[in-house]
Design a protein around this ligand. Structure first.
Ligand code: BJ8
Length: 423
């Protein structure tokens, strides 16, 4: 690997602590990822991308920045990727998925706050990740209370823009959201000095739709028994979707899918046919949060689907293509994004219907309802989801966890007992 210390120093990173962070990741990746058996060859690209996520990808982003592209750090799948790109911007997901940065955040933020928020804040505040140094500005969203209040503090450190998200998908909610999408387009145009044209927007709608359809193809292949890829590898692909160049990412996922298709045709999988199939449903899995998948897959089961923003919620529903006017295209974008079933909406019945459909389609034997500690919306929504799954006789295990390692033993015991029960 090239030495990127010069680049990181120019970005103002705390080099010593950043090295410490990267040094911790290497052995974890070896143990969790590289030690797996029967990995598809197509995963080599994703291993490489992960190893270069603070190196080559940052170098690419800096080169794009030099050419006048605006780098936009985002925290939510509600921030429309097509609009960022149509204004010559680059959309990068920057949610935090590591315990490493949490003590830094807790010096300022309350400790009884979601780890996803604390982790991002800690990396930004202590300058231990380039993803908080490179963006020209950040876009947050008024979803959960934790996020929307922390964005106010975040904005004291870095340029920050917050999108309002309605609480419900009512008529008024839809109007508010369309207005927010238009305001965001204006913000992007102001930042980049580019006026978005219908042609440019259509091109980006089609580009991001191709990415979404490819991820849908990838997830479809996981419906096979045995699945041709582990849940851990599939999770990594979903995580890289937030960082990589969309065109290149789509090509590489398609190459991986071709390989997986062949395996499925030959009946080859990463586990034996009949291995208990788990769906994990709930909060997002920001990179490098792999703990839950690793625990499940070390317990003689396989994860076949993530009902999550790092999973199905990211790619479900393309934006309508070919809408005649610019106004229609923005409306199509607003409509598509409002179909994402985040627990911050009330009511959120569509999410429950979606979960039931995935249980059927992915032939799921048991569902893990996953909540990050202190995430009230997903935690409370578990009550309804659990009730619905009970009606369909689907076994459910509720897990609330954080990014730390302290509960791994306890998680392992609970997950093993659950898998034994459904086997
Ligand atoms: S659309 S799930 S990416 S808001 S886990 S920070 S909700 S306390 S991340 Fe999310 Fe957008 Fe919704 Fe998806 Fe708050 Fe819960 Fe933490 Fe969360």
């Amino acid at each position: 690997m090239e030495d990127y210390h010069g680049m990181w120093a120019e970005l103002g990173l705390d080099l010593e602590r950043h090295d410490e962070f990267l040094e911790g990741l290497g052995p974890a990746y070896q143990e969790i990822y590289l030690n797996q058996e029967f990995r598809p060859k197509g995963m080599e690209y994703f291993d490489f991308t992960t190893s270069e996520i603070h190196g080559l990808r940052i170098k690419e982003l800096l080169e794009l920045k030099k050419k006048g592209h605006k780098i936009v750090g985002t925290f939510c799948v509600y921030v429309p990727e097509e609009i960022v790109m149509a204004a010559r911007g680059v959309w990068v997901g920057v949610c935090g998925g590591s315990q490493f940065s949490i003590p830094d955040a807790e010096r300022i933020l309350p400790s009884n706050l979601c780890p996803l928020i604390k982790s991002a804040f800690g990396f930004m505040e202590a300058k231990t990740s380039p993803y908080y140094q490179v963006p020209d500005f950040f876009v947050g969203e008024a979803t959960c209370d934790g996020k929307k209040k922390v964005w106010e503090i975040f904005g004291n450190y870095v340029p920050f823009y917050t999108m309002e998200i309605p609480n419900s998908k009512s008529y008024m909610g839809k109007r508010l959201w369309l207005d927010e999408v238009i305001k965001f387009k204006e913000k992007m145009e102001r930042e980049s000095g580019v006026s978005i044209t219908p042609e440019e927007l259509e091109e980006k709608i089609q580009l991001i739709n191709r990415k979404r359809r490819t991820l849908a193809r990838f997830f479809d292949l996981r419906k096979a028994d045995p699945p041709p890829i582990s849940g851990k590898d599939a999770l990594l692909v979903s995580q890289i979707a937030y960082y990589d160049d969309p065109e290149r990412f789509t090509t590489k996922v398609n190459v991986l899918c071709d390989e997986l298709e062949e395996k499925v045709q030959k009946g080859m999988g990463v586990v034996k046919k009949g291995t208990p199939r788990i769906m994990i449903s709930g909060c997002p899995f920001a990179l490098p949060f792999w703990k839950l998948h690793h625990t499940v897959e070390s317990s003689k089961a396989v994860v076949v689907c993530e009902e999550s923003c790092v999973g199905t919620r990211y790619f479900t529903n393309p934006v309508d293509e070919g809408c005649p006017t610019l106004e229609d295209k923005f409306k199509a974008i607003a409509d598509r994004y409002l179909k994402i079933n985040c627990s911050c909406f009330t009511p959120n019945e569509e999410r429950i219907e979606e979960i039931a459909r995935y249980v059927r389609d992915f032939k799921v034997d048991g569902v893990i309802l996953f909540t990050l500690q202190f995430c009230l919306t997903y935690s409370i929504e578990c009550i309804k989801v659990q009730k619905a799954l009970k009606r369909f006789n689907v076994p459910v295990l509720e897990i609330e966890t954080d990014y730390g390692e302290q509960d791994v033993g306890q998680l392992q015991t609970r997950i093993e007992a659950f898998i034994e029960q459904i086997s």
